[in-house]
Design a protein around this ligand. Structure first.
Ligand code: PLP
Length: 412
């Protein structure tokens, strides 16, 4: 008998029958409050009626037209809609299917535009699982161990991880920028460096918001040395942080922005956005693939952006995120095993530590499994596996946040 690959062996016993909004209805009749959203994907909630309808309608018109031979309306419309939310300088958009592919497209573009080989990434960053994206990922050895050689030209600099350093944020930023400056004179020549690549909030690396002062320091160094600043908004973008883009907590505008996940509520589509002058440094055929910018996914993306606007979901993410963070701080007072709570909007992480302050992955896993028993779906992350991450849908209600906190309290 054929079975699922052991690579898919899951810690969760949940098999979904159907889902709606913040809820997963399992085949065994149990009803789970979903604070995972398919790892930050189903932004408008499961099966939002407008997204379902847009996809259904598009499926009857045309499902797939490879975009170099036949252009389709949903992709043109999605480009217009993205234009309304992107920084005005990023006036050109290219499409792929997944976050990893879009990250690779961004790296290729930065290398083509500068003619330089090196990419500087930051400790704990997660950028995907294709071989090139895994080469850029430092959120844990499991993402790249065993299939070396990886892509060359990747150099890692420290991330200002204030809690783990035991410092305040300013000191952590100062340290990380100093280390970056040292890297740029010791191991990587600035004029051989194509790009800095960073997430506005480290995702799989532990739900750590990148301090605005650090992003500003990167922008300043990128400008000084002609290096492209690539912001990977795959997990933090599309309203999740309480701003449309995660980097909007700072004054920084990237050279290349990467988006995926929440852009189409679960349909696979991703994009990079850059100034047209930069995008023109690539050439047709250098990027893309058969399925990139699929018509049904693009139609779902259009509906998703409309829903985010019409239902004011960015504002909801901010309000519900504040409510969630307040509730988590109450839990932290009762449970010293929660060493740190951080996040932006509906992207909140709880870092579990032992009495000695070391990462406590065992407790994190136990709590995550206990939330499942209490019908709340959560995920773990972080290089040491000691961060519980909560990623509710942007449509989550006040009542659902309270319920999630109650179930988390029971699990703790
Ligand atoms: N970049 C970030 C920040 C991510 O969180 C992810 C996925 O979790 C990726 C890239 C890779 O995206 P995908 O899994 O769609 O390839």
């Amino acid at each position: 008998m054929t079975s699922l690959s052991p690579l898919l062996k899951q810690a969760t016993p949940v098999v979904v029958d159907h889902a709606s909004g913040s809820w997963i209805h399992a085949t065994d009749g149990r009803e789970y409050l979903d604070f995972t959203t398919g790892i930050g994907v189903t932004s408008t909630g499961h099966c939002h009626p407008r997204v379902v309808e847009a996809a259904r309608e598009q499926t009857g018109r045309i499902i797939h037209a490879q975009y170099t031979t036949v252009m389709h309306k949903p992709l043109l419309e999605l480009t217009d809609k993205l234009g309304a939310v992107l920084p005005s300088s990023l006036d050109s958009v290219f499409y792929a299917n997944s976050g990893s592919e879009a990250v690779e497209a961004a790296i290729r573009l930065a290398r083509m535009a500068t003619g330089r080989p090196n990419i500087v990434v930051f400790q704990g960053g997660f950028h995907g699982r294709t071989v090139a994206a895994a080469s850029l990922t430092t959120a844990g050895t499991r993402f790249s161990a065993g299939f070396a050689p990886l892509m060359s030209g990747v150099h890692m600099a420290p991330f200002p991880y204030a809690f783990r350093y035991g410092w305040d944020e300013d000191a952590a930023v100062e340290f990380a920028l100093r280390e970056l400056d040292y890297l740029l004179v010791s191991r990587v020549a600035p004029n051989d460096t194509a790009a800095f690549l960073i997430e506005p909030v480290l995702g799989d690396g532990g739900y750590l918001p990148t301090p605005p002062a650090f992003l500003e320091g990167l922008r300043e160094r990128a400008d000084r040395h002609g290096i492209k600043l690539i912001l990977d908004e795959v997990q933090a973008g599309c309203g999740r942080t309480g701003r449309f883009w995660g980097h909007q907590f700072s004054s920084v505008v990237p050279d290349i922005l990467v988006t995926a996940k929440g852009i189409a509520s679960g349909f696979p589509i991703s994009a990079i956005a850059a100034p047209v002058a930069l995008m023109s440094k690539g050439w047709p055929g250098s990027q893309g693939g058969t399925y990139g910018g699929n018509a049904v996914a693009a139609a779902a993306g259009c509906a998703t952006l409309d829903v985010i606007r019409d239902e004011e979901l960015v504002e909801n993410a901010r309000l519900r995120g504040d409510q969630l963070a307040d509730g988590l701080r109450v839990l932290q007072h009762k449970h010293p095993v929660i060493g740190n709570i951080r996040g932006l909007g509906l992207m909140q992480g709880l870092e579990f530590v032992t009495a000695a302050g070391d990462p406590d992955a065992a407790t994190t896993t136990a709590v995550q499994q206990a939330t499942t028993r209490h019908e709340l779906l959560t995920l773990t992350c972080g290089p040491a596996g000691n961060v519980l991450r909560l990623i509710p849908a942007l449509v989550v209600t006040e009542h659902e946040i309270d319920l999630g906190l109650e179930r988390l309290a029971l699990a703790l």
